[in-house]
Design a protein around this ligand. Sequence first.
Ligand SMILES: Nc1ncnc2c1ncn2[C@@H]1O[C@H](COP(=O)(O)OP(=O)(O)OP(=O)(O)O)[C@@H](O)[C@H]1O
Length: 262
Amino acid sequence: MEQPFPYLQFRNVTKFFGDVPVVKEPFNLSIPAGQFTVFLGPSGCGKTTLMRMIGGLDTPTSGEILLQGTPVGAPDIRRGMVFQSYSSFPWLTVRKNIEFGLRFRKDLSSGQKRDRAEHFLKLVGLGDFATSYPSRISGGMRQRVAIARTLAADPDVLLMDEPFGALDASLREDLQFELRKIQKSSRKTTIFVTHDVEEAVFLADRIIVFGSRPAHVIADIDVTSLIGAERNETVRDSEQFFHLRTEILHRLRGRCVKAVAA
Ligand SMILES: Nc1ncnc2c1ncn2[C@@H]1O[C@H](COP(=O)(O)OP(=O)(O)OP(=O)(O)O)[C@@H](O)[C@H]1O
């Protein structure tokens, strides 16, 4: 049944930091439930600011952001966020860090919480480090702890700001693959910020491509219709993937493209 309003919506949003316009022209965007949307654009164009406003960490200067028709307020457990930097708690073990994400889940028994934490611990490849403290593991591993903690909490909307930026290439590809799989099976509405074109194409159902600040949309791309919904190890080698990646790179450099809709 069609919903009377978009699941997540930016309505006439602008954002200024003092005199600095980050979003100058009123920004409008509707995101349906369950979509994996990637915000792609050059450094400093305003992607993070737009995402922080969804999370309630920044407020629009004008306009509003609506979740299921209601303006978003301060951060809450419905919106789970993973940032660029490693946000693990140094005084808790890796396992306890992940269980921490479940502290508000009154619907789960402590045994269920432990099992769920264990599941996500293994999913991010940290099964052998459950009792380690963050100071004893690498930066990339700490980032995986933060990702597992947020996924385990099972928020309605997953907001991810370059969460794989610090990881080595092979682990990054593994986690992209896992994230896409988890997102499809959970149908969790996801906004993922990156400036990496290949990462964007691999993960997204839809890519919003931004030009440099003030944030403005230069393309809104239905990735699934161009490369299909299946994202496995071989998709990166496909002709469609190659073409889409090249076209987006050209568009970011300001050259004209054919197959990508504006
Ligand atoms: N709290 C703030 N006060 C003043 N200016 C800010 C603040 N936060 C962000 N900005 C500015 O807003 C602009 C957009 O920043 P933002 O972090 O949203 O960009 P981004 O596209 O996510 O960049 P990156 O990919 O480098 O993280 C930048 O020019 C930045 O310096």
